[in-house]
Write a protein that binds this ligand. Structure first.
Ligand code: DGJ
Length: 745
């Protein structure tokens, strides 16, 4: 018989056998594997003002027994029982499916024999300190399956931030499947917890939702593959005590450094304790781990403060400026972006005149947005050209170098737009590499904004995407800035490259993206790169470690932007918030607001303009020049100062925030009126924060000829300004005031 007929006969024979009979029998005995006893101990992960305590009991079980204010010698926690009579329900530092498990799991492994139990026990731990960061690694092991897990805690001591991640090693002889491999599990003592989390969509990013956590599980997650901020952002605030305050009370901020599918679940158990498990979303991602391989999870970032949401977000911002954002805290240039002013319709002449106008208003950079590329399938709308990254010489016959050099000759830097992860069906790239497109065999490849998404799990695609960046910035030595856009999420998920290992797709797509970003930064550390994703759909600490700033939102309307910027600032530092003044009626909302109001809202982030300057009157240009000049005088505070939110646009008609220098001698205060209906009040009282009560500050209103505030130009003590005497007078909605505070010598 031929081989093929033999195989067919064997298959037919197998099919005739009932499936139960085909199962491999497992050997069950009452013998158990010995777990070595360990010396009970407590391990403290400490920052300047916080302490996380892990307790190891005699069985080697590791529990998280404290996170918050320092509680002194951690050894006091030895024997501290939080899990009832047998300590069975103890708050495990990394709960696993299996064993005594009865809550939500952080780790769920399927072994090659189908078993899904894992029990982890302490084997050792070590602590390493370097320059303000202490790393504690707690090593755990499953003695039955030889699986090893390291719980890694990086304590950023002065910033009061703790990063948590895990390394999972398959030390067994057979391949396994990670059905859930969270970054961290945090346990908090019984209490009332108010969760603040962020939702949104295109042009409505980082909106705020609040809910009191109750028994059972509350999950925030995304399954969109990319574009974390559309839907839910992988971050939250937790007000311990049950009510939100900017200034008081224990508050925890958490953020996952991952730009793909995530899941953060909050479970209150029968003992009223809260467990938070956070990490990559296990959705369609049973990750295969071969014998000998390891998997490192993304980092979960935590901070705790007893000074409310303001304290927690300032900790997060300080950490982010130093460690979490590429060159965080560095002042990035003001700019004119071509998008809302020219969209796809421009010529060399259009761009040169925009550059002239940008220079005349005192801006520092010109950014050429979408529309400059593709010849055979020209990018004259969003219907064609993505993927074909050669200059469209019909629009710009002189080439990019000519425009960049012209900008430099006018004293401006030059930036350019790319969207390297995407392809229009109407492009040469789509025709040449159909196998590079994310797709599921036999199914429609859905388009969104007329485009498909490239399969970043494929190393050849990673090379291409890096090449787009590399070749674009090589178009001119005078390119200083790149806007990296990404305008859709993943649909019909699947990778031609991964074959039958599709479980890797969502994880390796993001790892592929980060590989490209790593290469970009190795070669181009100094180019300022903006992370844009149809506005702010990729605002997360996974991407920010590679990017200098984000395009906070396509929504450039000052009224609705106020909320977006406020929400963003609860977790992410204002130095990353690209914020532009655009034309009215606003292209996204139709709202009409005064130019000064638009400037004053945009100036709370990295200020830019995004309109056709030739539509401005001379008077408007003069106001623009004035606002830009004053911004240059205080922007160091926006980029590197401490943010205090004084009044929220979500629950007040009067919105206000301020930035204070580290030495508390300078501050800038932004006050806005979003709705006005009361002519009887003299002024609206804001209580400043972060000032030295003893210092005397000269308060000067900026961007006006004469101020309406009675105290303008006078000196006041920090105590006076903080405790009730600062009351700018508003007479209309959509008006604003900006004040500079300088301490007297
Ligand atoms: C979406 C971005 O958010 C916009 O700012 C602009 O760059 C367009 N894409 C260009 O297509």
């Amino acid at each position: 018989m031929k081989l093929r007929s033999l195989l067919l006969a064997a298959m037919l024979l197998l099919a005739a056998v009932p499936s139960e009979a085909r199962r491999k029998p497992q050997k069950f005995t009452h013998e158990t594997v010995d777990i070595p006893a360990v010396q009970p101990r407590a391990i403290a992960v400490e920052t300047a003002g916080t302490q996380l305590v892990l307790q190891v009991d005699a069985r080697g079980t590791v529990n998280t027994v404290h996170y918050g204010a320092p509680a002194g010698d951690p050894a006091q926690f030895i024997g501290f029982n939080q899990g009832g009579h047998h300590n069975f329900d103890a708050p495990s530092a990394y709960p696993t499916a299996g064993g005594r498990f009865n809550g939500q799991d952080a780790l769920h492994v399927r072994y090659s024999d189908g078993n899904q139990n894992t029990e982890l026990y302490y084997t050792s731990h070590e602590v390493q300190a370097r320059d303000g960061v202490t790393t504690t690694t707690v090593r755990l092991k499953d003695y039955v399956t030889a699986l090893e897990v390291d719980l890694v805690y990086d304590a950023y001591v002065p910033e009061d931030v703790i990063l948590m991640h895990t390394v999972i090693r398959n030390c067994g002889k057979k391949d396994i499947e990670l059905r859930n491999a969270a970054s961290a599990s945090l346990n908090l003592t019984p209490g009332k917890y108010l969760l603040t989390h962020f939702y949104g969509g295109w042009a409505t990013e980082m909106q705020i939702d609040q809910t009191l956590l109750t028994h059972d599980t509350k999950v925030i997650e995304t399954r969109r593959g990319t574009q974390t901020t559309q839907g839910n952002n992988p971050s939250f605030l937790l007000s311990c005590g049950g009510s939100f305050s900017e200034t008081d009370g224990e508050t925890i901020a958490g953020a996952l450094a991952w730009s793909g599918n995530f899941r953060i679940s909050f479970e209150i158990d029968q003992s009223d304790r809260l467990n938070i498990v956070s990490g990559i979303n296990p959705f369609a991602s049973a990750y295969p781990l071969r014998a000998g391989q390891s998997f490192t999870t993304p980092e979960m970032i935590y901070t705790w403060s007893c000074n409310g949401a303001g304290g927690a977000s300032r900790n997060m911002h300080r950490w982010a400026r130093k460690y979490g954002v590429w060159k965080g805290g560095q002042v990035n240039p003001t700019l004119l972006n071509s998008w809302e002013g020219a969209y796809f319709s421009f010529t060399t002449e259009t761009l040169l005149r925009m550059i002239d106008d940008a220079a005349s208003m005192g801006l520092e950079m010109f950014v050429l947005d979408d529309g400059w590329f593709a010849r055979e399938h020209p990018r004259n709308s969003d219907k064609a050209g993505l993927g074909d990254w050669e200059v469209n010489t019909d629009k710009i016959p002189e080439g990019i170098d000519y425009i960049a050099k012209y900008a430099h000759s006018k004293g401006l830097k030059f930036g350019i737009w790319i969207e390297p992860e995407m392809v229009n069906p109407d492009s040469n790239l789509a025709a040449e590499h159909p196998d590079w497109i994310v797709q599921s065999p036999g199914r429609e490849i859905y388009q969104s904004r007329n485009q498909w998404i490239l399969d970043l799990t494929n190393p050849a695609v990673q090379d291409f995407v890096f090449g787009v960046f590399d070749r674009t910035v090589s178009l001119s030595p005078d390119i200083d800035y790149v806007k990296w856009d990404s305008n859709r999420r993943i649909m019909s998920f699947g990778s031609p490259y991964l074959g039958d290992e599709q479980d890797r797709f969502f994880v390796e797509y993001i790892q592929g993206l980060y590989n490209v970003c790593r290469r970009m930064r190795e070669k181009y550390p100094d180019i300022v790169v903006q992370c844009c994703s149809a506005g702010g759909s990729r605002i997360d600490y996974g991407s920010m470690r590679w990017f200098n700033e984000v395009w906070t939102s396509d929504n450039t309307d000052a009224i609705t932007r106020a909320r977006i910027q406020w929400g963003t600032s609860l977790i992410y530092p204002p130095c990353v918030m690209g914020s532009h003044v655009s034309a009215v009626p606003n292209h996204q909302t139709g709202n009409v607001t005064p130019l000064k109001f638009r400037f004053d809202v945009a100036a709370a982030g990295r200020l830019g303009m995004e309109l056709q300057p030739k539509t401005l009157t001379d008077e408007e240009k003069a106001l623009a020049d004035r606002c830009i000049q004053s911004y240059k005088g205080y922007r160091d505070l926006v980029f590197d100062g401490d943010l205090y939110r004084l009044s929220s646009p979500f629950d007040s008609d009067f919105y206000s925030l301020m930035y204070v220098s580290a030495d508390r001698r300078r501050a800038v205060v932004f006050c806005y009126c979003l709705r006005f209906q009361n002519h009887s009040i003299g002024g609206h009282v804001f209580r400043m924060q972060g000032l030295d009560p003893e210092l005397r500050y000269t308060v000067s209103e900026l961007n006006v000829d004469s101020s309406r505030w009675w105290g303008n130009g006078r000196q006041f003590s920090g105590a006076f300004l903080s405790n009730g005497g600062f009351n700018p007078v508003f007479k209309k909605a959509n008006t604003s005031m900006v004040f500079l505070l300088e301490a007297a010598e």
